[in-house]
Design a protein around this ligand. Structure first.
Ligand SMILES: Nc1ncnc2c1ncn2[C@@H]1O[C@H](COP(=O)(O)OP(=O)(O)O)[C@@H](O)[C@H]1O
Ligand SMILES: [Mg+2]
Length: 250
């Protein structure tokens, strides 16, 4: 593994919150490295620190102590505006509730992360958005608005938006949490395709079944890593999908 590039490195990251006069220890010293091309699921029960950890990884929050290196850059030493640029360039976010702009076309939603990058012309922005939408199987939905699409389609738009900047890492927060079983597997198939194409993915979830489909699983409890294991028997989401009963709503 050591010849591979380290995309993310956490060194003894702690995060505390003062609530009234009580100190809440949301992260109690988390350390790990994530290498380029890994598909990592991060699991744990409610309250175990998943969201707090994701906020650290996504540069949305800073640790109380410890170090976070994203693509070799120390996030702690950066100013807030520098962190915002880093976040925009290095990370593709995918959320449970899609976070698309309402009544806005797929193309416009996917172009959005490129708007903050003056190196990208409007023509290139458009072309890259189309390419990303085709990659997630939405080549025929370019001009549909978000309110004209199903949950699975909206999540595909969100995945295209996460890909369009060619980020160092894709961070997903319960990305299948709002979807029915069949649609969840369709989205999981897409994640496995991205993994096969060499993308680095971190997928935070409370659903233990998903660990069967990722290459590595990190388990949190009470703000600590209680296990961190590689999966040498990755199951195929496409096969699982094929075995599900056919959809009833068609
Ligand atoms: N902004 C905050 N202020 C105070 N306590 C927080 C804050 N965010 C999280 N916590 C606490 O930190 C712990 C971990 O929370 P969280 O990271 O949201 O866990 P999870 O996402 O696994 O459910 C919980 O005890 C939670 O109450
Ligand atoms: Mg949470």
């Amino acid at each position: 593994m050591d010849s591979k590039k380290v995309v993310i490195e956490l060194q003894n990251v702690k995060r505390e919150f003062l609530v009234g006069d009580e100190m809440v220890h949301a992260l109690r010293g988390v350390s790990f490295k994530i290498y380029e091309g890994e598909f990592v699921t991060i699991m744990g029960k409610s309250g175990s620190g998943k969201s707090t950890l994701l906020n650290q990884l996504g540069c949305l929050d800073t640790p109380s102590s410890g170090e976070y290196l994203l693509d070799g850059v120390s996030v702690r030493t950066m100013s807030r505006p520098q962190r915002a640029v880093l976040r925009n360039r290095k990370i593709g976010f995918i959320f449970q509730n899609y976070n698309l702009l309402p009544k806005t076309t797929s193309i416009e939603n996917v172009e959005l992360p490129l708007m903050y990058n003056s190196d990208v012309s409007s023509t290139e922005r458009h072309d890259r958005a189309i390419e990303a939408l085709k990659a997630v199987g939405l080549g025929d939905r370019l001009y549909h608005k978000s309110n004209q699409m199903s949950g699975g389609q909206m999540q595909r738009v969100a995945i295209a938006r996460a890909l369009v900047n060619n980020p160092a890492v894709i961070l997903a927060d319960e990305a299948t949490g709002n979807l029915d079983t069949r649609t969840s597997f369709e989205i999981l198939v897409l994640f496995q395709k991205l993994f096969a194409a060499g993308r680095t993915i971190i997928f935070v979830t409370h659903n233990p079944d998903l660990a069967n489909y990722s290459s590595r699983n990190i388990m949190l409890r009470d703000g600590k890593v209680i296990s961190d294991e590689y999966n040498n028997n990755i199951q195929s989401a496409a096969e699982a999908l094929a075995q599900l009963p056919p959809s009833t709503d068609e």
